[in-house]
Design a protein around this ligand. Structure first.
Ligand SMILES: *Cc1c(COP(=O)(O)O)cnc(C)c1O
Length: 958
């Protein structure tokens, strides 16, 4: 009878073992190397007693991968997929399956990090420059960035850009009343914090006599009309305003682009270029402007530079880590953007090319015209006499009746008000769909071909596009599927993502993005739901969302969670607005001071600035901890106006500060609220709870702690958790008709990037109480194991009172820089030769590398990494000892490429083997950098941000 119970057998291969790298025996071995006998002894030494909780989390027992997919299938099955004609910025689209399978569903793309290390990111940087070129071409502008978070926030960025780049002293911003309503809402939220006045008015008549620093108009309008915006822009610019135009990429395939009509900025969403609606996101927004304003562009910009062989190479231009340098003076707080989605949209254009896009757009416009004429024949009055894909119908009070009749037939129309309905067509609309729509109005079996033949175009003849677009060969060369497949593959092969090696980025938590977690996001029941679909068609989504909110509240110890912010930076901004709203509700609106330690992530001061707060910097001591005396002094000095403290915990230096409770108390005594940046939650889940040790608000990064892949620089989700006293102020959304006290919308969609929430839900569900705590323990173990292995070779900065680090450790390179001129950058680039992505460079301390292994890396991979670091240390020692040349050495010349090896003459004092195979394992598994070290300065001096002419590649190949 000593057979193992079935349940034990079933758990043998469970998910926890797959998620956590080191196996049970290895964990024992690693603990022993630290002189410890158990995980609890480890946590005991690392996490201060004052904040530790030893009770189980209380969210459940975990489950297998098979079970979690069944549970998600069950929830997905409760969503109803209707034909969506709602429009309003979200449209049906066909993602070409070659892109679906080989890009969206491919870890070589989705597990990559933000391309700060250009040498290992050439593939996605090229894909992003395709995106930028596409946006610049279609909008008729000179410069486009590599994506923003959504159309609403992009429009809000356009507003702050207008204030920054324009010359007007006015504090008023004009918004045309026919912009998408959610766009207007996001702008209102942003403007309120900055004390800008928003005037929403008719763009033709409402602008008269208003002095404003900028204006936003939409082309085509939310109601489908295509205004002659050239005249509007001229008038508005004439009065000193900068003019931003929200536009639609598919429409711009047929319409004169805003850039040719005088716009200063063009924003919008690239969603309908192949990215599923996904109940609101993630999608890549775009931001394009003219040459003279290129240096004020928010977000990231990919530029062309050269490598040390003077070949063209891509890199992030200008504001690469802008917030880290300019802090509260940064142009925006955007850090994680929507890279994966921008890459998809760009590939959609590569796949279809200009003729293909034009055909899709023309077909949509023709079907819309056919629909319009069919409706008119039924006596329906159409409010807009110009249109591309959207018709607004005057219903004469019958909105509810028509809406219900359509719903009955499985169609969602846009309910505008009692007398108006909207219908938007898209790439997925068929002739049968048009006939089906007409049937709602009583016209049975209409011949759509015949309607089309007789229908008049809705495009104004004087706004028909005459200029070319997408003329670069990249948009012509990959038309067969074979070519397309190989193009994407060739780009992916240039990059180093988690499918090749560990990415030990401090603060960025590059952990496993399990396949099982990823599977559901492309299920049609999650992918094809419009964010403004009736709630009862998204029952499964709502169930998953509210369960995830509850579980995240439990994990953080807060009372309530909002999933709306679509990156950590947006969570910071939202959380600070919540704090401000709370103070205001108590008659203390003047509490606008935000204390921020000097060690804070750059998004913190940038977000505080966006939230209309004044940043006061608090010093850190030599140990990297907040200087308590300075904190006390600053809190006392600003006591009357203290709004908040932003603190990262465990600290950005990777240590659990013992004084965190005291820090929170000091802030509360002076009437402030504590904002705890939760990017380091991976060190705390199941062990301690910010909401329980004194913090009032935190954002989490679901793309760090909760397994959403980084996507090469997005998507992300940055939910905020808040204490009960702040819950009434969480972000709201017009579609949810939630409480008045709320701060308003911070994202265009009610649940932000809803489509990727199943990833985090699945992770939490599979891990359960024990698994989540175990992941934290293993993350701390892995970091301490690395610190222990490296400490005899490099100084490890900052440890807790017991000599331990939390979930990351900082390796100091400055002593070698002083001695040999070898910098942390040289070490970072040399790691590429060893097959690794560099750790975080020069943050939070200049001249250092911050390493975070996460729990998902196996002992073998940790050892491989430590061996590489130790070997590099020996390479430095050779320079110190004068055995290697101070300039011409393996570090300075890294990364080494195949071109180096095949040079006729090998011009280095070290061997080819030393260059590319410094450790034996590399002969079995080698990553080859496609370019040599990229020149940062050259790229910024000679800023070029669209696809280089082909000759540039040919020259490089010579
Ligand atoms: C990653 C990070 C952020 C910003 O999060 P995004 O999702 O990139 O906007 C903020 N603070 C810290 C400490 C971080 O590590």
């Amino acid at each position: 009878m000593d057979r193992e119970p079935l349940s034990d057998l079933e758990r043998k291969g469970d998910f926890i073992r797959r998620h956590v790298g080191p196996g049970p025996d290895e964990q024992v071995e690693m603990l022993a190397a630290l002189g410890l006998s158990s995980m609890s002894a480890l946590i005991d030494k690392v996490v201060p007693k004052a904040i530790r909780e030893d009770e189980p989390l209380g969210i459940g027992g975990g489950c297998t991968e098979v079970e979690v997919l069944e549970k998600l299938k069950g929830m997905a099955g409760k969503n109803a997929i209707h034909r969506s004609y709602i429009g309003q910025g979200y449209y049906g689209t066909h993602l070409p399956t070659v892109i679906l399978r080989n890009l969206l569903e491919n870890p070589g793309w989705y597990t990559a990090y933000t391309p700060y290390q250009p040498e290992v990111s050439q593939g996605r940087l090229e894909a992003l420059i395709n995106f930028q070129t596409m946006i610049a071409d279609l909008t008729g502008m000179e410069f486009a960035n590599a994506s923003l978070l959504d159309e609403g926030t992009a429009a809000a960025e356009a507003m702050t850009f207008a204030k920054r780049a324009g010359k007007s002293k006015s504090m008023t911003f004009f918004v045309a009343d026919d912009c998408h309503p959610q766009t207007i809402d996001v702008i209102q939220t942003r403007a309120a914090a900055l004390d800008y006045e928003i005037v929403v008015g008719d763009p033709e008549t409402g602008f008269d006599g208003i002095e404003c620093f900028g204006a936003l108009i939409q082309y085509p309008s939310t109601d489908g009309r295509i205004r002659d915006i050239g005249k509007l822009i001229e008038t508005m610019k004439g009065s000193g305003a900068m003019v931003a135009v929200a536009s639609d990429l598919l429409a711009l395939c047929l319409l004169t682009p805003p850039g040719e009509l005088g716009a200063d900025v063009v924003v919008g969403s690239s969603q309908r270029f192949g990215v599923p609606m996904g109940y609101g996101g993630p999608h890549a927004a775009f931001f394009a402007t003219s040459d003279k304003h290129k240096r004020s562009i928010p977000g990231r910009l990919v530029g062309v530079s050269v490598d040390s062989r003077e070949r063209a190479a891509y890199r992030l231009a200008l504001q690469t880590r802008e917030q880290h340098i300019r802090r509260e003076k940064a142009t925006s707080n955007i850090c994680t953007a929507q890279v994966l989605l921008a890459v998809i949209a760009g590939m959609y254009a590569v796949y279809h090319g200009p003729e293909g896009l034009k055909a899709i757009a023309t077909r949509v416009a023709r079907l819309t015209a056919a629909l319009a004429s069919g409706l008119k024949a039924q006596g329906v009055e159409i409010a807009n006499d110009t249109f591309f894909d959207t018709l607004t119908l005057n219903t004469g009070g019958d909105t509810a009746k028509i809406y219900a009749a359509a719903l009955e037939r499985g169609m969602n129309l846009r309910k505008i008000d009692d007398t108006r309905l909207g219908i938007s067509l898209d790439e997925t609309t068929t002739r049968e769909d048009v006939a089906g729509l007409l049937a709602v109005f009583g016209a049975e079996n209409v011949d759509v071909e015949a309607l089309d033949a007789a229908a008049e175009s809705g495009l104004p003849s004087d706004l028909v596009r005459s200029s070319d677009y997408l003329t670069h060969p990249v948009f012509a060369n990959y038309r067969s599927e074979t070519e397309m497949l190989r193009y994407m593959r060739s780009l992916m092969d240039k990059d180093l993502a988690l499918d090749k090696a560990m990415i030990p980025l401090g603060s960025c938590t590059m952990k496993l993005n399990a396949t099982t977690e990823m599977i559901p996001i492309t299920w049609p029941e999650f992918a094809n739901i419009h964010p403004f679909a009736p709630a009862d068609q998204a029952t499964g989504y709502r169930e998953m969302i509210s369960d995830l909110e509850q579980k995240l509240a439990t994990i953080t110890g807060y009372a309530a969670v909002s999933l709306q912010p679509n990156a950590g930076s947006q969570g910071e901004y939202a959380g600070l607005l919540v704090i401000r709203a709370y103070h205001e509700s108590r008659g203390e609106a003047h509490r606008e001071i935000c204390l921020i330690p000097s060690s804070a992530h750059g998004t913190n001061p940038a977000s505080a600035h966006m939230a209309g707060m004044q940043v006061v910097v608090v010093a850190c001591d030599d140990e990297g901890n907040i200087d308590i005396e300075d904190l006390k002094a600053k809190a006392a000095e600003h006591s009357d106006n203290l709004g908040a403290l932003m603190v990262t915990y465990p600290s950005t230096h990777g240590v659990f500060e013992e004084t965190i409770r005291e820090i929170c108390d000091i802030i509360h005594q002076h009437g402030g609220q504590v904002y705890l940046d939760g990017a380091n939650l991976n060190a705390m889940v199941g062990v301690c709870y910010p909401g329980k040790f004194g913090s009032d608000v935190s954002h989490l990064n679901l793309h760090k702690t909760f397994c959403i892949p980084h996507g090469g620089g997005g998507p992300g989700v940055g939910p905020i958790g808040v204490g009960a006293h702040l819950a009434p102020f969480l972000p709201g959304h017009r579609e949810l008709k939630d409480g008045d006290s709320r701060i308003g919308a911070v994202s265009a969609a009610p649940f932000g990037s809803a489509a990727i929430l199943p990833i985090s839900w699945a992770y939490i569900e599979m891990m359960g109480d024990a698994g989540l705590r175990h992941a934290t323990e293993a993350a701390v173990l892995n970091a301490n194991y690395i610190a222990a292995r490296l400490k005899d070779h490099f100084p490890i900065l900052y440890t807790g009172p017991n000599g331990m680090v939390a979930h990351e450790c900082i390796v100091d390179i400055r002593p070698y820089d002083d001695a040999t001129g070898i910098s942390n950058e040289d070490v970072a680039k040399r790691l590429i030769d060893y097959g690794f992505h560099a750790p975080t460079m020069s943050w939070p301390v200049a001249g250092t590398l911050m390493i975070e292994p996460t729990e998902s890396e196996s002992k073998a991979e940790l050892d491989r990494f430590c061996d590489a670091m130790i070997s590099i240390r020996q390479e430095i020692a050779e320079i110190e000892a004068g055995k290697a040349d101070a300039e011409n050495n393996v570090l300075r010349n890294s990364p080494h490429t195949i071109d180096d090896l095949t040079d006729a003459e090998w011009a280095h004092p070290y061997s080819r083997e030393q260059a590319v195979y410094p450790v034996p394992g590399l002969r079995l598994r080698k990553y080859w950098s496609p370019v040599n070290r990229v020149d940062n300065v050259y790229g910024d001096r000679n800023l070029s941000c669209s696809c280089p002419p082909l000759e540039a590649y040919m020259e490089a190949a010579e």
